[in-house]
Write a protein that binds this ligand. Structure first.
Ligand code: NDP
Ligand code: MG
Length: 387
């Protein structure tokens, strides 16, 4: 059987590493077309030597020479810059894994969709910022959007398309992040170092902070709305600290379908790579007897208002504002410029201050995104002056 052609955008990140690991394990089944990285050129070189793609692209053009030297003598083309990443996404493949961090992934993901292929989407921020545009493009170009996010992969696996009228709700599970049991006054003291360690999952810094603020669950609620075309009131969230049940779908006969597994992103990534089939993974097998009990709680919106803001943003068509303000606020928090609690305060302030409604063209998306980022930075600078 012919090997499936795969491109990985964001190959040097946390999702990228897990994807490369799977592709390496299954080199008989997959052939790699392109790998892209942001600035970690040594890692991109290593992964390219391992998987032998046709093309390797680094975003940071200053590192072009290092990439070229690192891959000299290999039959691998090299390129650099944002436009080259989009070109990599345009190369014909069977599956493109979209795992660039943040809205920077939007243009490459849209380019992937436009080739009408299968896009395995980890880059939730793009779907949040440009949901209606992206889902319209999926229809127009006949692409297939498969979720990589563990919750959405779970829903996808439990979602019976032929019974979609019988779906009552989808229930996203949330680990609650690092600070689930901390009181409000304790949350203000949290440092970037503490916030970038997740109890269950090993992920990139930004998404780990997003998990701790519960902004991640807000992004995921919006992501679920666009992926499954489910209205906001039918999407519930429950805290499940063990991260064993990855999400659930309830049907109007009272059935609840759930997908379970040890928290390891290689399972949902493997599903998106092999879909509609399954491939083996080296993931630790689930032993419920070992775990003993699974627990569930409602979300405390007093301590974690991010979920309320995400629902509000979705209802008002201002998801882009929620996402862009968060990206800037998290960057500032990671540089110790603002406190942990300030992150969600800033999102709330930006939702109050900006009047944008859901963008209808790509130009609108890019312009709104630019303006919200600029205003968020101004808002942070003012906070800095007054503190
Ligand atoms: P990482 O920060 O670990 O990796 C991000 C990747 O994107 C790296 O390859 C990075 O390159 C690249 N990158 C960053 N900025 C740019 C840019 N401006 N242009 C091009 N490439 C860029 O993030 P994660 O892997 O954790 O997350 C990636 C995406 O997947 C996010 O959207 C996240 O929300 C989502 N996701 C992640 C999960 C996880 O378990 N990590 C789970 C579910 C979803 P470099 O490192 O070389 O600079
Ligand atoms: Mg998730």
């Amino acid at each position: 059987m012919a090997r499936k052609k795969v491109t990985v955008l964001g190959a040097t990140g946390s999702i990228g590493c897990s994807t490369v690991d799977l592709l390496n394990h299954h080199s008989d089944s997959f052939q790699v077309v392109a790998l892209t990285g942001g600035s970690n050129v040594q890692d991109l070189v290593q992964k390219s030597l391992l998987l032998k793609p046709q093309l390797a692209v680094i975003k940071d053009s200053r590192l072009y020479k290092d990439l070229k030297e690192g891959l000299s003598g290999e039959n691998i083309q090299v390129a650099a810059g944002d436009a080259a990443i989009v070109e990599a996404a345009e190369m014909p493949t069977d599956t493109i894994v979209s795992s660039i961090l943040g809205t920077a992934g939007l243009l490459p993901t849209l380019a992937a969709i436009k080739q009408g292929t299968t896009v395995a989407l980890a880059n939730k921020e793009s779907l949040v910022a440009a949901g209606s545009l992206m889902t319209a493009a999926v229809k127009e170009y006949g692409a297939t959007l498969l979720p990589v996010d563990s919750e959405h992969s779970a829903i996808f696996q439990c979602f019976e398309n032929h019974n979609r009228k019988s779906v009552e709700t989808i229930i996203l599970t949330a680990s609650g992040g690092m600070f689930l049991n901390k009181q409000l006054h304790e949350l203000s003291e949290i440092t970037p170092e503490q916030a970038t360690k997740h109890p269950n999952w090993n992920m990139g810094a930004k998404i780990t902070v997003d998990s701790a603020t519960l902004v991640n669950k807000g992004l995921e609620l919006i992501e679920a709305h666009y992926l499954f075309d489910i209205p906001e009131p039918q999407i519930d969230v429950v805290i499940h600290p063990q991260s064993i049940i990855h999400s659930m779908v309830t049907y109007h006969d009272g059935s609840v379908l759930a997908q379970l597994g040890t928290p390891d992103m290689r399972t949902p990534i493997a599903y998106s790579l092999a879909w509609p089939n399954r491939i083996t993974t080296p993931v630790k097998r689930l032993s419920l007897a070992e775990i003993g009990s699974l627990t569930f709680f409602p979300v405390d919106l007093e301590r974690f208002p991010a979920l309320r803001l995400a629902r509000q943003a979705l209802l008002e068509g201002r998801e882009l504002v929620f996402n862009a303000a968060n990206e800037i606020a998290v960057e500032a928090f990671l540089k110790s410029q603002i406190t942990f609690l300030n992150i969600v305060d800033v999102i709330e302030e930006m939702l109050e201050r900006t009047q944008f409604t859901r963008p209808t063209t790509l130009e609108d998306v890019l312009e709104q995104d630019r303006l919200v980022r600029r205003e968020t930075k101004e808002c942070l600078a003012k906070r800095g002056e007054s503190s």
